[in-house]
Design a protein around this ligand. Structure first.
Ligand code: ADP
Length: 482
């Protein structure tokens, strides 16, 4: 079976968050089961060298204002299709934001082009290959089913995957013609959303099946609190919606072979983790503490709940614990964490920025990872934490609730706890969870058993890849019958 993935980022080539990790990992897991996935994403400047070595399989004379082509390359175990469109993607800096920190003003055209090119490939194939199913990811690919729908042709079925419903791709209705959408598409069952155009809504309304990245988030999305205006539509389509838990790439994230650690280790050689802790302390200017060393690896946004962590810092340091934070984003949060590290020298270390190797070292070197998100579709850093024996302390929401087993009395007695959860999601409960983690850390027998158990917790893609494949197969079979 052939599947076309369409997304705005794909690890290890270009990444701003968890979406990229998933797009880079699922095709490999599906390939192992015999499904042929090709991944279409834009050729941003970081991809130029790779694109230069690619084979041109499709050309566009005018794709939203300039010439474009699709180049096919095999790299990093993936079959990738790069959309080369210099007028849209040749920009330095962040792939979504200009130097002023604001969205690129033509983001609607940049990602309409992605959907449009994907639709052309879906309809006509290229290079002797045509998809049986298309899987579009997040708002950036959301217009693809709209272009398929208005083509009036027999089209392959589409799955839309929601990685984060907070990003909806909302644009002014006056852009309809610029987006090359027919007037009839501006309707309640098309791209229209409260008088505007929403790429995400278009994808949700016009795809055949909808998935999201954890079972709990799939339920949460049906509520006004988490559905962010799209809960009504999702309730109507609940029989087409499923939650499939994200996994992680077990090769890239492997404490036994991770090149970014100073010492590799396994569940049987956990003492060697300590060398990585020393390295984290050195890199973050921290002194050795009696309590656990917590880390955060995160975008700094209100979603991630780190303002609550700021409130808890006095109590965290009073317990003899430490914190190493790597993150970037909201400038107020960046400043507040930098201030906190000056207030607690040696106990709170902060590095503002995006640093993939350092994120691995933190997973390898810290005792626990904090993920106090207000909502979290799946979350990946807690999964890396499990794999590295770095116990997750998480808010009980979305994928965090689905992946971490709280160390309550019952779970400890049953010997199945892998971390700490807190709810309701507020600073008081986070502080309590941190206190529980600190208290457990002082009982090394329990802590070490939890570490070993966390490292055994299945966080790979096997089960979830099978779930995606089952959806693709049912859609392809349905189309064949129709
Ligand atoms: P989201 O996609 O909402 O940002 P996820 O937990 O799903 O959250 O994925 C975040 C991904 O980005 C993880 O792979 C994490 O390690 C990585 N990441 C986040 N911030 C940084 C950073 N400052 N430096 C390096 N990696 C980061």
């Amino acid at each position: 079976m052939n599947v076309l993935f369409v997304a705005s980022e794909c690890a290890p080539f270009i990444k701003t968050g968890g979406l990229a990790d998933v797009i880079g990992a699922v095709p490999k897991a599906l390939a192992a089961a015999g499904t042929d996935v090709k991944v279409l994403f834009p050729a941003y400047p970081a991809l130029h060298a790779l694109a230069a070595g690619g084979r041109s399989i499709r050309r566009f004379d005018d794709l939203f204002g300039g010439k474009a082509e699709v180049k096919a390359i095999n790299a990093e175990g993936l079959e990738i299709l790069l959309l080369v469109a210099p007028h849209l993607y040749d920009r330095d800096g962040n792939i979504y934001l200009g130097p002023d920190g604001q969205d690129w003003s033509d983001n609607h055209l940049r990602f309409a082009a992605l959907g449009c090119a994907g639709a052309e490939l879906a309809l006509d194939g290229a290079d002797g290959w045509a998809p049986d199913v298309v899987n579009v990811h997040d708002w950036q690919a959301g217009l693809l089913p709209a272009y398929l729908s208005q083509s009036g042709r027999n089209t392959p079925p589409v799955v839309m995957t929601i990685h984060n419903i907070a990003f909806q791709g909302l644009f002014d209705a006056s852009e309809l013609a610029n987006l090359k959408l027919k007037g009839e598409m501006f309707a309640a069952d098309g791209v229209e959303y409260y008088g505007r155009i929403s790429f995400l809504k278009a994808g949700l309304a016009l795809s055949d099946k909808i998935t999201t990245v954890s079972p709990s988030y799939a339920c949460e999305l049906l509520t006004p609190e988490f559905g962010m205006g799209l809960d009504g539509l999702l309730r109507e389509r609940r029989s087409d919606l499923s939650g499939i838990l994200n996994g992680i790439d077990l090769e890239t994230w492997n404490p036994e072979s991770d090149p970014h650690l100073v010492e590799s280790y396994s569940a049987r050689s956990l003492k060697r983790k300590a060398a990585n802790k020393r390295e984290v302390e050195a890199r973050f200017g921290l002194q050795r503490q009696d309590g656990p060393l917590f880390c955060v690896v995160s975008r700094l946004t209100s979603q991630k709940g780190l303002d609550m962590l700021l409130e808890c810092l006095p109590s965290l340091v009073a317990k003899g614990a430490g914190l190493a934070l790597l993150g970037s984003g909201d400038s107020a949060l960046e400043r507040q964490f930098a201030d906190a590290s000056s207030r607690h020298p040696g106990q709170v270390g902060v590095i503002i920025g995006y640093d993939e190797p350092l994120s691995h070292l933190l997973q390898g070197g810290c005792d626990a990872i904090l993920v106090p998100s207000r909502f979290e579709p799946c979350g990946l850093t807690q999964l890396y934490g499990l794999r590295y024996g770095t116990l997750p302390v998480v808010a009980r929401t979305g994928g965090l609730a689905d992946t971490v087993i709280d160390a309550n009395e019952a779970a400890l007695a049953a010997e199945c706890a892998t971390g700490f959860q807190f709810a309701p999601i507020n600073a008081t409960m986070l502080e309590q969870a941190i206190a529980r983690a600190c208290a457990t850390y002082r009982q090394p027998r329990i802590w070490w058993a939890m570490m070993r158990r966390a490292m055994r917790h299945p966080v790979g893609w096997d089960a979830s890849a099978a779930a995606y494949e089952a959806i693709y197969r049912s859609l392809a079979a349905h189309r064949a019958k129709g």
